[in-house]
Structure formats: C-alpha cells, structure tokens
Design a binder for this molecule. Structure first.
Ligand code: PHE
Length: 449
C-alpha cells in the first residue's frame, strides 16, 4: 500500500505529531500545577487542598511513576486485544474524561481524575510511539528522522503547557487550569479522529492472531533473542540517562530556587520557568541535530543507535560538570548563589544528550522488537523511564545530606564512564542486532509491514 506523503514523510506522521503534541500539552500542563494546587492553602482565594510539601511530593512521585508504569498493560492491551490504533483512541477518551473531571472542585473528582489520566497515558503514550515506527518499512532511513520530528511535537506541548496552563491555574483558578489541559487533550483527540484516514493499515496489526494458525507456541528465534538482549541493555542506558536528566524537576528545581541568582535584566526569573528550558532547547536544536546525524551517517561514520546513546550519556554527564561549577561558585560566593548561566549551559548539554538518546531509543525499539512484542516492549521502555524518575528522586534526596557538589561530580563520573564503556563495546553489541539497526536503503515508497 502506498501512503500519501508530505515534506518527504507519510501524512500519518503529522497526525500522530499533533495528537501527541496536545496529549503532552495536557500532561505537562496538569503536572506543572499539580503540586502547587495540592499545597495551596484551603483559605486562599484560589483555594488548593492545603497539603504539606512532603505529602504533595509523595503523591507527585507516585503519579509520575504510575503514569509510565501503566504503559506496560497499555502495550499488552494493544498487542493482545485491540491493536495500537484503537488503544490510542481509548487512551485519548480516558484522558479527556480524566482532565475534565479535574476541572470540578471535589476531592472525589480529583482522585478519579488522576486514575483516568494514569490509565489514559498508559494506553496512549507507548502505542502512539509504536505507530510512528509502523509508518516505515524496515531499513527506511527516514525512521530516525521521523522520531525526531515526533519528539519536537512532544516538546512544543511540553514547552507551552507550563506557561499557559501554569498561568491560568496559578493566577486565575486551579480548576480552570485543569480544564484548559482538558481542552488541549480534546483538540488532540479530534485531530486523531479526523486523521484516521491517513493511518489506514497502521496499528491494526494483531500479531498473535496471525501466528495462531501457524505456530501455536510462539517462540522466539535465536536472532530475536539476541535482539531482545540488546534491547534490554538499551533500557539500562535509558535508566542511567533519565536518572541523571530527571534531576531537573526535583533537585535542580529546588537548587534553582534556593541557590541560583535568577535576576536577569532587572527581573527575577521564577524557578519554575526554568522547567520550560529543556523543551525549548529540544525545539531549537531537534531539527539541526537530526540533520547533523544524517550528514554524519552519509560520511559513513559510526552512527548506530547504541553509539549515539553512548555519546548522549557522555554529553549529559558533561552537563553535570557545569552544575558542579555552579555548586563550587555557590560555596565560594558571598551571597551563596551561583550564576543562572550554569543552568542554561547544563540544560543545553542535557538536551543534546536527550536528542541523542530518547528519539533514538524509541526508533530502536520499533526496529529491534519482534512485531508481536513491539507494543509490550514500548511499554517496558516507559516503565524504565518511570523507574529512572524514582531513582532521580532518590539521588536528589541523597544530595540533601551529601551536598550538591559531591552528587553532581558523582553523576558526571558515572555517566561518562558508562558511556565510554558502551562505545568501546559498540561493535560487539551491534552484532546482536543482526542488521536490524542498519539502514539498508533509502526507500521512498512507504509500506507498513
Ligand atoms: N519529554 C519526554 C516525553 O514526555 C520525556 C519522556 C521520554 C517521557 C520517554 C517518557 C518516556 O515524551
């Protein structure tokens, strides 16, 4: 089947791009005000729930972990019962319900809203990512670029949401903020429904049904087993990377609030604004970096996914050297504060690392998993992200007693050493992929498998 293309990619990519953009808008928008809402006083004009900080952060931790952990059942649901396309549809409906319920001012509504969102993200997020991969045939060189484009969409949502939903929720009314996140999700759902015609044959594949007739016990071949091993290894990389990067929302957020001089041009930048910086950088350098990797690969230089991930981990590690610089300045300066530019630099390097790892890992999973397990493995990948978020929290806690300088230097050393070991073994590890990571041709005709 030939698909209609636009700017060199199947039109379906743009449907998935805008759906995910709005889903992330709702997710990050709601997330940006969740803790603030929980801790706002009950007698405030814009009344919150009046919780203490510790309880609020605990709920936040569980919430962000569960959202991604639910990707495992979400992936299974798609693999076993519904297929990805319908599971994404279901996830979108659950998310619309969840976000709109949060617009109501009641504690029952609050908890049920969270449950709907957790289930909704679990159903939508891993499966929409798998669908991006299904738009391209094996060996199609555009797949990595497609994931980078998709990733930019995610970050347009992630950048704008904390500013818009954050403003409406914090300044006007929390529940209007939650409602605005819901409107965003509803727009995403409408885009998806109207875009279905560009997704014919994508995400409908029900692998176990096809295998039932021929092979009752579906066993993995030895090639598939090797690929699973290398895939599991890539999950470890992902845990190391996100475990370091996700300091941003916790430790780095507090650090920015307490120990960074945030005055710029006579204006004090709120610490929370710095939370948009990652997404801003992704939008800024996402396309140039994708272009850079294409040129690199054209020159015939090492450009396997594992190599990029190793390099990304090292670059992220170097971001922590800048943070260590900030920590040193904090210790030495009279007012106990460091320059904001350390953070600008560190977050920039973190995003160069992110773009070498995160979209690459998404693409890698769709290349490496046997078709019948793609959604499940995608779910497992998101679970790894959830675990990493928890680890990041623990590192942040450790910094409270060990001090930031020690922690930043430790993260730097670990990431750099880990990345180098990976690069040294890249040739050996590549063998385990049995060619699934190689670009075999630059096919123009796009056919789903
Ligand atoms: N910004 C990314 C996103 O929301 C972070 C992320 C990556 C989350 C991988 C989960 C898994 O998509």
């Amino acid at each position: 089947m030939q698909q209609q293309t636009l700017w060199g990619h199947p039109k379906g990519l743009y449907i998935l791009f805008f759906t995910e953009l709005w889903e992330r808008f709702s997710y990050y928008g709601m997330r940006a005000i969740l803790v603030l809402y929980l801790t706002a006083k009950t007698e405030d004009l814009n009344a919150g729930l009046g919780w203490d900080n510790v309880s609020a952060l605990q709920l936040y931790g569980w919430y962000t972990m569960l959202v991604y952990a639910m990707s495992v059942p979400g992936g299974l649901l798609a693999d076993r019962l519904l297929g990805q396309k319908k599971t994404v549809m279901l996830g979108g409906i659950l998310l619309c319900i969840g976000h709109f319920i949060l617009a109501f001012d009641s504690i029952v509504a609050f908890y049920s809203g969270l449950v709907f969102i957790i289930m909704g993200v679990g159903a939508l997020k891993p499966n929409i990512s798998s669908m991006v991969g299904s738009l391209y045939r094996k060996g199609d060189g555009r797949r990595d670029t497609a994931f980078t484009i998709f990733y930019v969409g995610i970050n347009i949502g992630a950048f704008s949401a904390p500013l818009l939903v954050g403003y409406v929720g914090e300044v006007i009314n929390w529940h209007y903020g939650f409602g605005l996140a819901g409107i965003g999700m509803a727009i995403g759902q409408i885009v998806y429904i109207f875009g279905l015609r560009y997704l014919k044959g994508i995400g409908d594949f029900l692998p176990h049904k096809i295998h039932e007739g021929t092979n009752k016990k579906v066993k993995l071949t030895s090639v598939e087993k090797d690929r699973m091993i290398v895939l599991l290894l890539s999950f470890i990389i992902v845990i190391v990377f996100w475990g370091a990067y996700e300091q941003a929302g916790g430790l780095m957020n507090l650090y920015a609030k307490e120990k960074i001089d945030r005055f710029m041009w006579g204006f004090e930048v709120p610490a929370s604004f710095l939370q948009s910086l990652h997404a801003f950088y992704v939008i800024l350098i996402g396309a140039p970096m994708a272009w850079f990797w294409v040129q690199w690969q054209k020159k015939g230089w090492e450009s396997s996914s594992l190599f990029k991930m190793g390099l990304g981990t090292i670059i992220t590690g170097f971001g922590f050297i800048l943070l260590a610089g900030a920590a040193m300045q904090t210790l030495e300066s009279i007012d106990g504060k460091a320059s904001i530019y350390w953070l600008f630099g560190a977050y920039f390097l973190h995003v160069v690392g992110e773009l070498s790892i995160s979209p690459v890992a998404l693409s890698f999973i769709t290349k490496m998993s046997p078709a019948k397990y793609v959604s499940f493995m995608m779910g497992a990948y998101f679970l790894a992200t959830g675990i990493a978020s928890k680890i990041a929290g623990l590192i942040g806690e450790a910094a409270q007693s060990a001090g930031e300088l020690t922690i930043f230097l430790g993260v730097f050393a670990f990431c750099v050493a880990f990345g180098f070991v990976l690069i040294i073994f890249v040739k050996k590890l590549k063998k385990l992929t049995h060619g699934a990571d190689d670009i075999v041709d630059n096919v123009v005709v796009v056919e789903p498998e």
